[in-house]
Design a protein around this ligand. Sequence first.
Ligand code: ZN
Length: 362
Amino acid sequence: MTKSNMQWFGCDVAPGQAVNTDFEVTESYSSRSVVIPIQIRRGLNPGPTVFATAALHGDELNGTGAIRMLLGDRDWTLHSGTLLLIPVLNVLGFERHSRYLPDRRDLNRCFPGTLGGSMASRLAKVIFDSLIKKCDYGIDMHTAAVRRTNFPNVRADLDHPDCLRMAEAFGAGIILHGKGPKGSLRREATKAGCPTIIIEGGEVWKVESSVVDCMTRGIFNVLKELGMMPGKPDVPDTQAVIRETKWLRAERGGFMSMHVAPGDSVVKGQAIATNSNLLAEDQNRLESPFSGIVIGMTTLPAVQPGEPVVHIGRLANPKSVRRHKKQVAGDEVQRIAHQHLATNIQVTEATGVTEFLEPPQT
Ligand SMILES: [Zn+2]
């Protein structure tokens, strides 16, 4: 049984209609209503209700770009069910170009929220009760955190059959298993009966075309999978499923020369980045602890000990690495994202240096 709602935020939405409206969520310092602009689109036939949200972290705009593409594209129609398009969920963070709310809380750790709680918790409660709980499925779009970039990847609880189905249908090429942090929208929504996946891609404060292409294809794919649009999902032949990841961290303070780009396939022991001082004397080298995929990395080459440099997702063996590499090359959306995201980073060949400068005596 799918959920079906005729009225959304005070508006009647008839089958076949698309209505733009405002969802009132709180009040501003100047006593005005704070609203989330939202489009509710209904197909002519009955079907599931799905939300697509972006900028839950107010500085993560690739998903906003993807949803705005769908809003402006007249060439597609929803066949059945209801689709809620929300380009900016965290409007208060968005207004300040910030991940966080004005009370410095992360909205994506506050779900399902409480009525009498903090500002963030109340906001989460309104969103959760009036929007999320009325949906059957959800897609929530993110980017890497500030000063980092991610190769587009889907994250979902793969032990949940509906999340697994959506994650595979999305077709990002890389699927990371996990329930998500406590209080995150996807974890709490899934727990409350609205299976939700997230997509992570690119950087904050940007709309990157190759990431947007991956996101829009993924949303259409999920809608097709759920029978809300005609056609079959356009997914890569094989997709990498990752159950373990590791951030390689800087061991020395210095400047990182990267030997890999986002989306690269790597094998165990491969040189990932070399740390040198500002006079280009090498201090140490990071190597991949296992075979896998570069899921994300820093875009800021200056590091101190302990700072995250490259995020690698583990694949079973070099054979699966080769298969993944072939898969990326054969899928236009991923191939272009791979080429494009590499232009944000200076990638150099690792030299044969094996002697490194000793750390300073402290
Ligand atoms: Zn985020």
